[in-house]
Structures are given as C-alpha cells and as structure tokens.
Design a protein around this ligand. Sequence first.
Ligand code: PLP
Length: 374
Amino acid sequence: MIQIFSNSLGDDEAAAVKRVLESKWLGRGKECENFEKELSTYFNTPETLLFNCCTSAIYALLKAYGIGPGHEVIISTVNFVAVASAVLEVGAKPVFADVDPDYFNILPSEIERLKTKKTRALFILHYGGHPAPFNEIKAAAEKDVLIFEDSANSVASKYKGVHCGALGDGGAFSFDAMKILVMGDGGALIVKDPAVRAKAKALRYLGYGEGTTSGSEASKTGKLRWWEYDLECLSGRFISNDIQASMGRIQLQKLPGFIARRKQIWDFYQKNLKNIPGLGLPPEPLPDTASSYYLYWVKAPGRRNELAAFLKEKGIYTTFRYFPLHLVKFYGDKSHLKNAEGMNENTLNIPVHQNLSDGDTQLIVDAIRQFFNT
Ligand SMILES: Cc1ncc(COP(=O)(O)O)c(C=O)c1O
C-alpha cells in the first residue's frame, strides 16, 4: 500500500538517539535547548518553545493569553479537533468560520460576519501548507483581537517573507509522526509577547516559574535545601526530551530537501492530472508566499468516495483532512458552512510525501486517469 503520510527517520536520527542514550541524560536538556535555538534561527523568532506535541502547545497558548469564560474564539472550521477542544476546555466559546472554496483557508469575510464584542482571538490554519491571506485576515479582525496560527501544516511556509506561525500573536507547530519534520511526537510554540511567553513556559512544565532550576543545578549555587521550590501556576507536564529533540535537530537540517521533493511531486500532479473532466485540482500558493506542500488535494464532485475506494483497491491509501469541526456532533454546533460542507463531500487528499518514488507518483496518476477513463 502506498501510504498517505510517511517519515524520513533513518540512520542519522538513530545515531543521534544513540548518542543521547549513551550520555545517560534522557530528559529535557542540551538537545532540547539547542533544538529550540535552531528552530528560532529557522523561524527568525527571538525564542521558540519545544513541547511534547502541538495540542499541548495550543492549550498553553490559550491559557497564557488568558483566554477563558466570556471570550469567543473564531476558528476555521477546517481544522483538527485540538483547537476547538482547547478553546472549550479553557471555558471560551469556539465560533466556527467557513473557508475559501479552493484554498480551504479561513475567509476574511467570515471574520467580519462572526466577530462580536466578545471576540478575543482568531485561530487560523494554513491548509495543506498554503499560507492563508494574513493581511486580509488582520484587516478583518478588530485591533485588540489576538491572531493565533495552527501551523501544523506549515512548518516551512512563508507569507511575504515571514514564517507562518510567526505572523500573529502565537503559533503552534506539530512534529508528530504524520507531519513533515518528525520526532515521533513533538510540538513547538512561538509567542510574540515576552511576558505571555514566560507564562507559556511555566504552563509547559508543571507551573514552575522562570527562575526554577533542577535540584542538581541549584545544589551547585551553594544553596542549602536545594530540593525546595515554588510554583507560579497550576499545570500539567508538557515538555519534550533529549531523545526526541536529537531527532528533531537532524530533521530540521533535512527539511529543505523534504520540501523540495514534495514540490516536485506537487508539480508532477498539477501537470499530469490537469484537464480530466470531473476532477478539480488545488490552486498554487498565493503570490509572495511559500508552501510546505503538506497536503495535495483533488475534488471529485459526486464521486469522491468511489475514487477513494478505487485507489484503495489499487494499493493507494488516501484520506480527507479535515472533517469540519462544526460537524463534530460532540461540539453541538448548529452552523451551516457551505464551502466546508462542500469540501467534506468532494475533496480527497492523495499522497505527496517525500518518500514517494517517481514510479509511485506515476502509478497514482495512472490510477486516477483510469478511474476517469482518460
Ligand atoms: C492541523 C493540526 N493541528 C494540530 C494537530 C495536533 O498535533 P499533535 O499531534 O502534535 O498534538 C494536528 C495533528 O494532526 C493537526 O493536523
């Protein structure tokens, strides 16, 4: 079966992990700190916080900015459950917005329609890695509305020269097994406001404040009773560790190569799947933006499910991202969002990862052409 997602962890990452195992320090240490510095250089941000996953980074972001009861957060309905669940768990209300029918990114006109006096923040996704129209989004938001980015699809994406995830007030990234940069599980958080960033750091690690060090570090300072500490707030434990960070560091070096191969495959599909009656192709990234090519998507109105089953029969696994959040029954939302609902019926993601061979991509094109008899 040709898989929809894949990762490129291999000998280099295994050697890095071996070095960490031999060092006997497995927790959060130098590897995490170095990876954070390298990510900050890559994203061109003053500081990047490494987390155990993107979901916990999203929770920390909302809590650090004090999002809570009485607040509304406008969310692109095309996103993963992490964002909506986090908004509800902090006691705020998610307000689901419709998307552009081609890019599947939040529509600025939806922000205009949905904003109220209670709107405290927006949460946008850069669908499939194509940057959302940030300037239009910012113009549609009120001045004091915070803009957060779910950058799980857009680790290498840029909007007008600025990294996605660093455009607004906060951005969260995922390095889980199905993403482009993979460290097993992992996430990162960018927080623009330094004071809020300090809160996010405390929330990341049990509520320990900025000055808290490990017992062994404190013992070196001449301090008696070096095992005592205080807390700044209540929280769980969402740090990463040196085993995973050592893999992340290698993956970051390889990231440009992954993106280049993904773009090659994207271009191959755009060229070889065009002009098939009944099949719609995705748009190119907006001008002055760079995509991460995380997802490739086709539209097969009226035949999407049939196409997915046909490709599965041929050994090609496909999927659909993302089941619109306003349709998740648990959230009990009553909105009708036409474009997202259309997407949910017509759209299919086909494999675009860097491990596909030219033979694989040809096989995928041939199978789709066979399905449409062209
Ligand atoms: C858009 C999006 N946001 C957030 C997440 C959560 O990421 P993580 O698995 O690192 O918690 C995912 C994971 O699939 C995702 O696709």
